[in-house]
Write a protein that binds this ligand. Sequence first.
Ligand code: THU
Length: 142
Amino acid sequence: MTEISKELEEKLFNKAEEMMKRSYIPYSGFAVGAALLAKNGTIYTGCNVENAAFTPTNCAERTAFFKAVSEGVTEFDAIAILGGKDRKVSDLCTPCGVCRQVMAEFCKPSDFLVLMRDGQGAVKKQLLSDLLPESFGPGNLL
Ligand code: THU
C-alpha cells in the first residue's frame, strides 16, 4: 500500500496510542505503541516490553508483527507508530533498525507504509524502502 485514507490512518494511530498505556517500561520510561494493518484488514497492536537484562527488550513494532505472524498472518500494508517519555506522545518515533529489518521480512519495502505522528499531530508517512534502502530480504536467499 502506498496511500492510506485519513479515516484508516486515524484508526491506526488511535489504536497505537492506546497501546502506549500497556508499554512495560521500567528502565527507559519511553512508551511506544504500534498498530499494524494486515492485508486482510485485521489490525495487530503492540507495545514495547523491556527487560532487566536490556537486550531482550522487544520494540512495539516487533510485538505487533510477532503477534500477527503467530496468528498465521504474514502479509501487511502499513504500520502506525508513536511514542514518548512518561507515556505522552512527543517527537516522531521512527522505527529502529532491527524493526525495519523485521518489516522487510514480511512485505515488499516499496509497498509498505510507515506512519509516524508527533505530539503536535504532525504526520510523517514513508515507504519502508526509503527507511531501509537496498535492504537484504527473503529474495536474496533464492
Ligand atoms: N522502542 C520501540 O519500541 N520502538 C522504536 O521504534 C524505538 C524504540 C523502545 C525500545 C525501548 O523500550 C524504548 O523504546 C527506548 O529505546
